[in-house]
Design a protein around this ligand. Structure first.
Ligand code: HEM
Length: 515
């Protein structure tokens, strides 16, 4: 009988615990809806329906800059929290959420949990991605060459170029594969390789959102499901969130092949390829310079594959939104300003070079505004600290997941007037209001975990946009009026919120050559 009572008490406590934790736990003072505080599955439901980021933004509008979005998860939306969590040397670490970006079972810059492992790896790569490396030498030549190929695509295959979701993906794919792998893995999608163009199939498959959901919320089950073989695999196949080949399989296979090609080189060939300065060759050089240890082959492959994956959608989604926004009838004034700027700068008559394009103030404002309204990674960037800390006046216990999102920071109506309106001119002001806006702009993250590819992305974007508007006007293609393109980020589709008609992974723009 006593055993029975004990069992009932344990069950009752199990059921009541989440409610007790909400009422008496250490996070009880943090504002937010109780349903989110009781169970992590409430936010997981928003993830499932693809509404996480928009819901969190709405919660901030209701509850203010600090909102409890899970039993042990808090979202912030203030400059003070930004500095505490994402400032240089903050000590905050990436959470296990990022493990889904491990490649071939190995950690990389994106997925290292601890500050030290991450810093050691970043040190090896920082120079390759520095601004000076991007504006001069091989990287600048590479970007110039890819931009020229894009212009040739517009002339040679106008219909292909006109669907800018795909054609700009070809551009970013060719650029990042050349930068990371050089001859061992560079693609030629712009020049017409159908095999390389097919790598995009991985990206546009909308079932990858379901797979991301399972990978984050049920990681062990997901891993188990995808590693079964034989009879069991056939039985389980209908239950898979995304049929095999699963997301990025083609791209990861391409990345692995590039590494294997490099590895099979003779020592002389390897040494010769060091001159290319590719990311892969640099990592190999480091490996060789170590007396003991160094990097495992799969660690090099994982790091390179991560840069490849990080460098495709981000840059191309941004460029696509930029061309689309400038092509809308209501934004022609902004397109005209950019054309005027590009035409007035000397040195651009023959060709667009990254170094000159880096210094165009109106272009910079257009890119800033595009990244504000259409950040390709708009969602929360979760972090945690192994010790207690204070953020915005609240005691945050060790291990609590804290996060901020560019989406919410960039839509704060107290900072950005008329936040949903695309208006590059807002960045040209020299007022105190404009200075404040710059502090809230967070498209590339900040601190130690800031995007390493920022200067490469900026160089690709400034050079391509300049080259296009030097020669062409752009307009929304007939049939695409009244629609916003949509992009996938994790388990959500993002688009311009003013439009109700969304075309996922599709965007049509006409390039009209000026005479
Ligand atoms: C417009 C283009 C881009 C945007 C807006 C962007 C944005 C970001 C953001 C927000 C993060 C932090 C994510 C997080 O902590 O959750 C990040 C990290 C990263 N990005 Fe980018 N990115 C862009 C282009 C690129 C390119 C071209 C590369 C090519 C290598 C790249 C490589 C990376 C890597 C390796 C990290 C991890 C850095 C670290 O943890 O130290 N990104 N990026």
């Amino acid at each position: 009988m006593a055993g029975f009572h004990l069992l009932i008490t344990v069950i009752a406590l199990g059921i009541c615990y989440p409610f007790i934790a909400v009422l008496f736990g250490r996070l009880r003072r943090i504002p937010g809806p109780k349903a989110y505080a009781v169970s992590k599955w409430r936010l997981a439901w928003d993830d499932w329906t693809g509404l996480r980021t928009r819901t969190i933004n709405a919660l901030h509008q209701t509850y203010g800059p600090v909102v409890r979005v899970g039993p042990a998860e808090i979202s912030f939306n203030s400059l003070s929290a930004l500095k505490t969590i994402y400032g240089a040397g903050s000590g905050f670490e990436r959470t296990s959420f990022y493990s889904m970006f491990d490649v071939y079972g190995k950690k990389n810059l994106f997925t290292f949990h601890g500050v030290k492992d991450h810093a050691n790896r970043k040190k090896l790569l920082a120079h390759a991605y520095s601004k000076s490396a991007m504006l001069n030498g091989k990287a600048a030549e590479l970007v110039t060459e890819k931009v020229a190929e894009y212009l040739r695509l517009i002339e040679r295959e106008p219909t292909t170029a006109s669907e800018i979701f795909s054609s700009i993906h070809y551009f970013s794919l060719d650029a990042i594969t050349a930068f990371v792998y050089d001859d061992c893995g560079k693609t030629t999608a712009l020049r017409g390789s159908q095999v390389d163009r097919a790598l995009l199939n991985d990206i546009v498959d909308s079932r990858r959102r379901r797979l991301s959901w399972f990978a984050i919320h049920m990681p062990t089950l997901t891993r188990w499901l995808y590693t079964r073989a034989g009879m069991l695999e056939r039985v389980l196949r209908p239950a898979l969130p995304m049929q095999k080949p699963a997301t990025y399989t083609g791209i990861r296979a391409h990345a692995l092949k590039a590494w294997q090609t490099f590895y099979a080189y003779s020592e002389t060939e390897k040494s010769a390829s060091l001159d290319t300065g590719s990311v892969m060759a640099r990592l190999w050089k480091h490996h060789q310079s170590q007396k003991e240890g160094g990097l495992h082959g799969l660690e090099i492959a994982s790091e390179c594959a991560d840069h490849l994956l990080a460098g495709i959608d981000t840059t191309s989604d941004t460029l696509m939104f930029l061309f689309w926004a400038l092509s809308l009838p209501e934004n022609q004034q902004y397109q005209k300003k950019i054309i005027d700027e590009v035409q007035s700068v000397s040195g651009l008559e023959a060709d667009a070079s990254p170094e000159i394009c880096d210094k165009l103030p109106y272009l910079d404002a257009v890119i800033k505004e595009t990244l504000r309204l259409y950040a390709p990674l708009p969602a929360s960037e979760p972090r945690s600290l192994p010790t207690n800390c204070m953020i915005d006046g609240y005691l945050i216990p060790a291990g609590t997941v804290v996060s901020m999102a560019p989406f919410s920071l960039h839509r704060n109506a107290e900072i950005f007037r008329d936040p949903l309106k695309f208006n590059p001119d807002r960045w040209l002001d020299k007022t105190a209001e404009a200075v404040e806006m710059k502090k809230w702009w967070w498209a590339f993250s900040s601190g130690g975990r800031m995007c390493i590819g920022m200067h490469l992305a900026m160089s690709e974007m400034t050079t391509l946009v300049t080259a296009v508007y030097r020669l062409y006007d752009t307009r929304i293609a007939p049939g695409f009026e009244g629609r916003s393109p949509g992009i996938t980020s994790r388990f959500e589709v993002f688009h311009d919120e003013a439009f109700s008609s969304i075309a996922e992974h599709e965007c049509w723009v006409d390039f009209q050559k000026r005479t």
